[in-house]
Design a protein around this ligand. Structure first.
Ligand code: FNR
Length: 404
């Protein structure tokens, strides 16, 4: 009701409330390659649609006269209590959306107390984002690269930055087939974007001296000149010369991922850190069971927002089977969460919390820190309202019996 009262006084939202209009407003604001990278998915984008369809197919059934005048939205994960069952998903290359990138997101998350999962492919170094967030909660998302000293260094840095969990992403051992980016010839990392964790890492930097440089053409095209300008600008920011930046982009491309990673490798990660380890990208119940056997601490059901395999199952569709297989492990979910009603559905189906992805990037594009905060507040407010209207007193009380 307060939102309408504010409206009477002339207050207008910074960002559209409905998810489709939010995305459309971001599309109008951003340049084509930036929007393509944020909004695009794998192949014909059938997985991306399956994510939304899966949420649309689930129906809620309210109970009446339950006296649910105020609701407890809080959630406990790994010994920490968070204000709502919503975390901000790790999104790489946020500088495509806004110059303040991860710093703006970190400040918005900190103001709301919602955990921000720092990406391995962030645009700002984790140390700076952590400093901007004070003691507000943050997790760290890891891509396990072929350069294991760099991988290990990231984990150590995340611990020093006060991360409360390590999220190991398993679904990006190869980069997905993304036609929107392919059409535009756009891979941001080759322009030095999204490399902040690497360019500030002492182990990564120590590799640059001997790294082979990509060949340059004697008559560079305008596109190549733009690439050089972008590499140069990132080099100035991180204290590296243009040729070091070219070596960095080449070394990153050659080493950021390890397609031969296997379950046995996880024991090394377990040895590097005492933080809870959360596996992101689990879709099959047998993988959930394997994670339990391997002593992992949590799971995130995710298909990476439909960016990796075309024709994959919608994440919500497999949630119940993964929850059942996970036993005591908390299961989170992302890929297709757009509204507070979606959060209620995911929790009723057994998720402990959800990760919000693209919508907050669109808020960032439209209005920086304030835009991120408004998108998150909208989702949480609708979730609170939905709980009340369902007749539920606490987020943790949502059950399959609230579903048709
Ligand atoms: C991602 N995602 C992602 N995941 C991850 O583990 N590390 C990363 O660096 C990124 N980067 C990234 C960039 C962009 C632009 C997008 C859209 C997504 C996946 C992300 O964490 C999450 O799984 C999806 O965003 C969920 O899908 P929706 O709900 O955003 O469509």
């Amino acid at each position: 009701t307060q939102i309408f009262v504010d409206g009477l006084g002339g207050a207008r939202p910074l960002v559209p409330v409905a998810p489709e209009r939010l995305q459309e407003a971001a599309r109008r604001k951003l340049d084509a390659p930036a929007f393509a990278y944020l909004a695009g998915g794998a192949g014909a984008e059938r997985t991306m649609r399956a994510n939304l369809d899966a949420f649309a197919a689930v129906k809620l059934v309210p109970r009446r006269l339950c006296g649910s005048a105020s609701r407890d939205l809080s959630v406990e994960l790994f010994g920490h209590t968070y204000p709502a069952p919503v975390l901000l998903a790790p999104l790489g290359v946020l500088e495509l959306a806004h110059a303040e990138a991860d710093l703006a997101v970190g400040r918005a998350a900190a103001a709301l107390g919602v955990p921000f999962i720092f990406s391995s492919q962030a645009s700002e170094p984790m140390e700076e984002v952590a400093a901007a967030m004070g003691d507000a909660p943050r997790w760290f998302q890891l891509y396990w690269g072929t350069d294991e000293e760099v991988t290990r260094s990231f984990v150590r840095r995340a611990e020093q930055c006060g991360a409360q969990a390590i999220v190991l992403t398993l679904d990006t051992t190869l980069l997905g087939w993304r036609p929107r980016d392919l059409d535009l010839g756009h891979l941001p990392f080759l322009r030095g974007q999204g490399l902040a964790q690497y360019l500030t890492d002492e182990y990564f930097r120590s590799r640059l001296a001997g790294a082979p440089l990509p060949a340059t053409s004697p008559r560079p095209s305008p596109a190549l000149l733009r690439t050089a300008a972008s590499l140069g600008a990132h080099g100035r920011k991180f204290g590296l010369s243009l040729s070091q930046m070219r070596a960095a982009a080449a070394h990153f491309t050659a080493s950021y991922t390890r397609p031969d990673l296997q379950w046995d490798d996880l024991s090394r990660l377990r040895g590097w850190t005492d933080l809870p380890i959360v596996l992101k990208g689990i879709l099959h119940p047998d993988d959930a069971r394997e994670a339990v056997r391997r002593g992992m601490d949590g799971l995130i059901v995710s298909n990476h927002g439909g960016r990796q395999i075309d024709g994959e199952v919608g994440s919500l569709t497999v949630l119940p089977r993964v929850v059942e297989a996970a036993g005591e492990l908390p299961v989170l979910i992302d890929s297709g969460v757009r509204t507070g009603s979606d959060v209620a559905k995911a929790l009723a189906m057994g998720a402990r919390a959800v990760l919000l992805g693209r919508p907050y990037a669109y808020g960032l594009a439209l209005a920086g820190e304030a835009g991120v905060a408004e998108v998150v507040r909208n989702v949480v407010a609708e979730f609170d309202l939905t709980l009340g209207l369902l007749g539920v007193h606490a987020a943790r009380d949502l059950r399959p019996e609230h579903l048709a």
